[in-house]
Structures are given as C-alpha cells and as structure tokens.
Write a protein that binds this ligand. Sequence first.
Ligand SMILES: C[S@@+](CC[C@H](N)C(=O)[O-])C[C@H]1O[C@@H](n2cnc3c(N)ncnc32)[C@H](O)[C@@H]1O
Ligand code: SF4
Length: 459
Amino acid sequence: MKIPETLIQKYNIPVPRYTSYPPANFFYEEFGASDYIKAIETSNSEWPENISLYIHIPYCSKMCHFCGCNTQFTRDKDKMRRYTEAVKKEILMVKALLDPGRKVSQVHWGGGTPNTLPIELIHGIMDTIRKNFSFTSNPEIAIECHPAMLDENYTEQLVLAGFNRFSLGIQDFKQEVLDNVNRNAPKVPVKEIVGWIRSYPDTSVNLDFIYGLPFQNKETFTETIEKAVEISPDRLVTFSYAHVPWIKKAQKILEVKGLPEANEKLDMFEAGYDILTKNGYSPIGLDHFARNTDELSIAYKNRKLHRNFQGYCTRETTGQVYALGSTGISQLESVYAQNEKNPDKYVELINKGEFTVEKGYRLNVNEKIIRHVITEIMCNEYVSFDETANKFNTSPNEIVKVLNYTPELFKGFIEDGLLQAPGEGIFKVTPTGRFFIRNIAAHFDPNLISSTKKFSKAL
Ligand SMILES: C[S@@+](CC[C@H](N)C(=O)[O-])C[C@H]1O[C@@H](n2cnc3c(N)ncnc32)[C@H](O)[C@@H]1O
Ligand code: SF4
C-alpha cells in the first residue's frame, strides 16, 4: 500500500477524529447535572437497551510527554482511595435512575492508567458493580493497562475481578523512543505478560502503538510491528500521534526532540498496515486491526460495527454509555454529558451527593442522522442514504438536505479514488480512502463548515 504524495498534500488538514458526533469540543456548559438526571431517566426507554459502564481513572505514576489523555501525576494511595470511594457512590447514584431490568453488556476502565490503583480498590469498584447490576450472558469487561506496572499476581487479580479484555499500551518496543517520551518500558517481555493473560480462558489482548514520535522512522516502526505480530495479539491499534500542544503543553518537548513529517508518518503507517494485513489481521476503521477471526473483523464484514468513546464494538455489545469518574463522557442515545475534569472537585461534589456534569450536548433528530452517517463511514466504510432514511422513517431526499451533500462536493473524493458510488445514494470507502476517512466523514458534516474549532491533522 503506497499513498501518493499529492493526496497527502491535499488531505492532511485539521479534521475531527469523530470519536463522537458532534465532537467533544462542541459540548456546551449550559448542560448541567439536572439535564443529565433527566437524560438518564429518558435513556431507559431509548435504544440500545443495554448498559455500558465507563470507569475513568485519572492518575498515572509517570507522565509520558506525548499523552493526550485526561490524567495527572500521582502516587498518593489515599487520594486514589478517596477517588474510588466517590466512583462507587456515583455508581449508586446512576443505578437509582436506571430501569432495573436493563443489563450491563460492557464495562470499560480507561484513563490515565487504571492499573496504578492498588488492586483492592479495583476489586471494590467491580464488587459494587456486580452487587448492583445484572449482566448479559457474555459481557466485555475491559481494562487499559500500562505494561510496566503489571506483574503476574496483579494480572491474576484483574482476571479474578472479572476482566476478560486487556489493552496494553506498548507505544513502541524501542528503548530510545520510550526514553525520549519519558515512558518506562515493561520489566518483563510483553510476550510473557500476554502469556499470563492468555493462561486464563476467554481472555483477549489488544496492544496499542503510536507512530509519529521522535526517533521513530519507517525502519524502527517496521521492527516494532513485526515484533507485535510475533506476540500475536487478538487486536492491535496503531494510533497516529495527535499533536495538540495548545491543549497539552508537555507535547512541546517533543517538538524540540524532532517530530517526523507527515510523509514519514504515513510511511510508518503503511509499513505497519502491510505487515499486519499480510499476517492475518483485518484493518478496522482508520487505525484498528483485528485477527480475521475476531468478532470485530466479522462485524466489520457484516457492516455491524459500532463505536463509542471506548473504541469499536459490535452492535450486540454496544450499550448506551454511563460514565463514572472525573472527565468521563456519558454517551446516551440523545445526550452526551461530561463529568467535572478536576478529580479533587469531582470527589467533593460526589460526596455532597451531586452529579458533577460540567458540560454536555443534546442531539436533535437531524444531528442523530448526521451522527449515523458519520459513524457508518468511520466504522463500516459504507453509507446508503436509502438505508439511513429507513432507519429514521424519512425519505432519502430529507437525508440529503440534512447533510452537507451534493454530488459536486463529493466528486473530488471519487476522482481521487478514495470513494466509490456504486449506486444512487450509496458510498463505499476504497482501501486508499481509509487513510483519509476522517476527511470523508467531515465532508458530510454541515456543522463543520461554520466551525472555528481547532483539530489535529488528518494524518
Ligand atoms: C489511557 S492510555 C492506555 C493505558 C496506559 N495509560 C498506557 O499508556 O499504557 C490510551 C492510549 O492512548 C494513546 N495515546 C495517548 N496519547 C496519544 C496521542 N497524543 N496521540 C495518539 N494516541 C495517544 C496511547 O496509545 C495509549 O495507549
Ligand atoms: S500515555 Fe498512558 S501512562 Fe502515559 S501519561 Fe498518558 S495515560 Fe499516563
């Protein structure tokens, strides 16, 4: 796979990542706790019926300079305990508003670094969830872990706590790359850590990598991904490094060390893509890869792939997301609601019995249509105006009116070989188009035209 330089020049512009529609920087502060309470009650009669719980742990014991996540440095165990006590209280507050007949299909722990917590604090939250909710038959219980902080005993305890999906942030296998972004390497080979996890039945492993960091180039990234293939994870992500120094000041340090150019980044991505696709992995969306036999690959082939802030999921596992913890974003059918970002303030408000929502967004029907089209493009690389009209009980003409769409506007993508239009109102992203999927999605978005928001670049 080789992307022509002309396409890179043309399409490497700032565009949203569309982990949500509208993106989180469109949320407004007038949306507060009372709106969230009403939204939870309304969500009981909305689709999907299942519940996803997202637990945010905003702590890391060392800060990586590239990090774009909502987290802070701490090693203070008391602080962590106070925080997890607040999360347990918030679980009970949310539960009181939920229909008891609804089941949990997904629990996702993210951060920050959930495995900075002493294991008993993790058990405490999982016990609270189990006591208060019933689960679907095969729930996904996932945790993002920093491999440098995992040992065999902690891993076993995570399995005992109920986790069956482990995502390890590897980023790169090269010591020089890790040293220059202030990140510790794992103390034992990643293969061994994956072996511990795999020794328990029904577990699955994802590995995260980033390309676009100082001291990375096509050769080093090729070696890193070849090593990843030897470990044979079920899933793997190659994130394009998102450089947003106007939000994350520490990223400026990387500018001094020397960031690869867009074409070098693309070389790395292409090299990784080629290795993975030749070794039994299907590309999913922009940057995810799953073994051809993995349920994500199967869902993608059947156009049943879905996505939330926590990543890709199948339609069966996706529930409306209720976020717990500071900065967590709840993703209900009609509403997004983001919790207070400051963990200390979050704890203070929860201890007063208050929800901590600091901003949110209520979607109208037109925005749900745009969200559907963008999600279809981002996940299934396909959209049909007819099928969208059926879903929303309207006509294809009405769908077109809601979108930023005229045949003229999309001609460029078709001529550049990024998009195919195999029928009236049907669009399919080509293999080359996958690299520019955010540009294609953004083109359907009428709200982006008038927006002055800042985004990271497409590549
Ligand atoms: C919450 S972290 C994963 C768990 C743990 N904190 C760790 O780093 O291993 C989520 C992932 O986001 C990715 N990430 C963080 N900052 C990023 C950035 N600026 N651009 C792209 N990906 C980023 C990393 O690959 C990281 O593994
Ligand atoms: S990448 Fe992970 S470990 Fe590093 S600072 Fe961000 S959240 Fe923490």
